[in-house]
Design a binder for this molecule. Sequence first.
Ligand code: F6P
Length: 470
Amino acid sequence: MSSAPSTRQPIVVAANRLPVMRTDDGWAPSPGGLVRALLPMLRETGGTWVGWTGDPDDAAEPFEVDGVELEPVPISAKEVELYYEGFSNDGLWPLYHDALRESTYDFDQWDAYERVNQRFADKLAEISPPNAIVWVHDYQLQLVPKMLRKQRSDVTIGFFLHIPFPPFELFSRLPWRAEVIEGLLGCDLIGFQRPMGASNFIRSAQQLLQVDEHDRIIECIDHQTRVGVFPISIDVAEVEETAAGRATRQRMSQIRARLGDPEVILLGVDRLDYTKGIGLRLEAFGALLESGELDPERHVLVQVATPTREAVEHYQDERQEIERLVGEINGRFGRIGLPVIHYLYQTLGFDELIALYRAGDVMLVTPFRDGMNLVAKEYAAAHIDGDGVLVLSEFAGAADELTDAVLVNPHDDQALQQAIITAVEMHRHERRERMTGLRDQISKSDVQGWADRFLRELSAAPNLPPSDNA
Ligand code: F6P
């Protein structure tokens, strides 16, 4: 599907990471729907993407990928430790995910977070054309909107939070809670994944800054900040096309054969993050083998756990626990040459993932809390055969839309086991009916539509000159 930019204003995107990765032949666009949705818009409007290359102390000059200008923001090794691993991923990340782990609140980390946010804002102020639309992404950059507005009152500023925004009772633990809300209120439009995130944010703004709000519009001193709900999606056409390819079909058959042609392949695909509920899922699988409701000769689980944030202790602990469980369950129920859990601690390429989705009869997406979870949407989009069952946590944003999944509360181990059995034993007719429902839903809302809707609302913000509002 081609992306129709909703505005002719130049668009400038800011995200912690640039949308590229290093390959043997230089830089290439990173995989993923967000990048595929935004790059064409930037190209068509002459826009720019501002972000970090992912390497510490990288003083890369601006460069171009796929006709889009990329502006690197350097981050030192010490700042990676304090701003990225520390404040963003050991402070905000657990707090915003139901405080599933203790957060670290440390002044030096906050200081580095402010400093890096200021660097992003300065770069945006320097390179944004007059009246540009600036779209800032995610929790690593929450202070940027206010910092940018101070320097450039002509630009229109949007922010999208990809992760949940916590209830005030949790958010108020943050020592710099007022500063974060003030930072975000520099925006013309703030987007959340779910209605709950939007109302949590509004309540925090009211409690901490006594702002006036009506119909999701917050009155600030010199402007209004609108709050909206924009559930993100995937590049449906890209997933479907890849899923339909010959190479994918061949690889899918090969995967099934390599796994010993089991009756049912259960599948998990996650970043190795403690929010994803991987351990609980493995325990449920082990308990069902133990009770005999699943049979190692007929049922196997493939768990892909993508390495992520490996320097953060909570992630190291989670990996240890997952690998202990995999070893324990395989030791107990595996046979020579046929483990019952196939565990890959690896980053798989897009094509391999799509083949795995197609091979998976039952997809297990069981996070304790997740902003959206695009794996759930990719699984359904990849099932062009109209078969396959999705088991989905109620605590993933995707549960609002994917109501034809087998929805489950992952905190309830009995319910999780029951959901797995329901999925494994589901009659073909019901499987197909539910998959049709999932695929209909996803085809109505892909990532291009998401970006388009956000930018349309943003470009209708009052501080744009009327002639540019068309
Ligand atoms: O959606 C949450 C998020 O942190 C994104 O900002 C990021 O692109 C993705 O997860 C991967 O995380 P990281 O950049 O820390 O590897």
